[in-house]
Design a protein around this ligand. Structure first.
Ligand code: SF4
Ligand code: SF4
Ligand code: SF4
Length: 321
């Protein structure tokens, strides 16, 4: 059985490599010249109103969605969290195709950003992602990203007996693969200035429903692997996840721990991102999903509170006549 899952994981990594191969093959298509692109941009500027009615509606929808995400996080409300995820998939994914992508890291490398007046919603999402990561960690991954929301909801609805946990020694090495992919793709872009590679290293195109047969087949393998190994792409392969993981080293408000966490395994077993190892939480792998923080405050399950209750009961009993 474990051989089968090893095979699935290998198949997904193969998918990524195959995607590179497909990309290399398709990259030979004739490209627009810079002059053509400039002309298109000028034409677009001339025909696009600065912030039209649709732009205002999009902005209000995005800000409302982000507010819901923050409220669900602050309140540790599971119902609101799942509502946020469903909206992330439906609205941010399928309706708007609004996900943070490696293309945005390319833009950062070139210090080349879209015009503010035409892309207010874009700036709001980018600023929110950076600021929320610095404040709390990878909140974007935990509930804003459409693909991450999809795989997390898959994990909730699929039978837990299908899940396979990679051995710790393998998991702890595999989490670094995404940094390798990040370095490779950024290096490729640095040398070639070709940003079309994003379609072959990220599955986010799926929300536009526009991929070649080969890309759909590779996506199917990736999602099938995710059925068995939870959040497979996010944990081991995602470039944006790797970038946000690096940024999350600056996180200001981490997750608190009790002294009892040194020996208790409840939160470690509950963490579907493999971010807890013993008393330590890896902020780079954590996506602030709330699961351990809800347990942290659970007076009926967390040993910290149970011990306090026990001590209080003993004290009460000793005072009794
Ligand atoms: S790791 Fe990547 S795909 Fe996963 S939630 Fe984060 S940005 Fe989205
Ligand atoms: S249940 Fe409580 S004591 Fe146990 S790991 Fe979680 S927060 Fe720590
Ligand atoms: S369970 Fe805790 S450590 Fe794990 S991802 Fe969720 S918030 Fe982070």
């Amino acid at each position: 059985m474990s051989r089968f899952f090893g095979l699935m994981a290998s198949a997904s990594v193969f998918c990524l490599l195959a995607s590179f191969a497909v990309f290399a093959q398709e990259a030979t298509a004739p490209a627009l010249s810079l002059a053509d692109l400039d002309a298109l941009i000028e034409q677009d500027k001339a025909t696009t109103p600065k912030l039209d009615q649709q732009g205002v509606v999009d902005l209000i929808a995005l800000v409302s969605f982000l507010a819901l995400a923050v409220v669900s996080f602050i309140k540790k409300n599971t119902t609101l969290k799942y509502a946020t995820m469903v909206i992330a998939i439906a609205y941010m994914g399928f309706v708007k195709g609004n996900l943070v992508s490696v293309v945005h890291i390319f833009a950062l490398m070139e210090w080349s950003f879209p015009l503010f007046q035409y892309n207010v919603a874009w700036y709001v999402l980018m600023l929110f992602t950076v600021i929320s990561t610095v404040l709390w960690g990878r909140l974007y991954c935990g509930r804003i990203c459409a693909f991450g929301s999809l795989t997390q909801l898959m994990d909730k609805v699929l039978p837990s007996k299908w899940r396979v946990e990679l051995p710790t020694w393998l998991d702890q090495r595999a989490i670094y693969v995404k940094y390798g992919v990040l370095v490779f793709v950024l290096g490729y872009f640095f040398v070639t200035k070709d940003n079309a590679i994003y379609r072959y290293v990220e599955p986010f195109w799926m929300f536009t429903l526009s991929g070649s047969n080969v890309m759909w087949a590779l996506l199917a393998v990736l999602l099938l692997t995710t059925v068995f190994i939870r959040n497979f792409y996010c944990r081991y392969l995602c470039i944006v996840g790797a970038g946000l993981a690096l940024l999350s080293n600056l996180t200001v408000f981490g997750i608190k721990r009790w002294q009892q966490c040194n020996t208790c395994k409840i939160c470690e077993n509950a963490c579907e991102w493999g971010a807890i190892k013993g008393p330590k939480i890896s902020i780079t792998e954590c996506v602030r999903c709330d699961d351990c923080e809800i347990l942290y405050n659970d007076e009926d399950r967390c040993p910290h509170w149970l011990m306090l209750k026990k001590t209080a009961a003993k004290l009460e009993a000793s005072k009794a006549p």
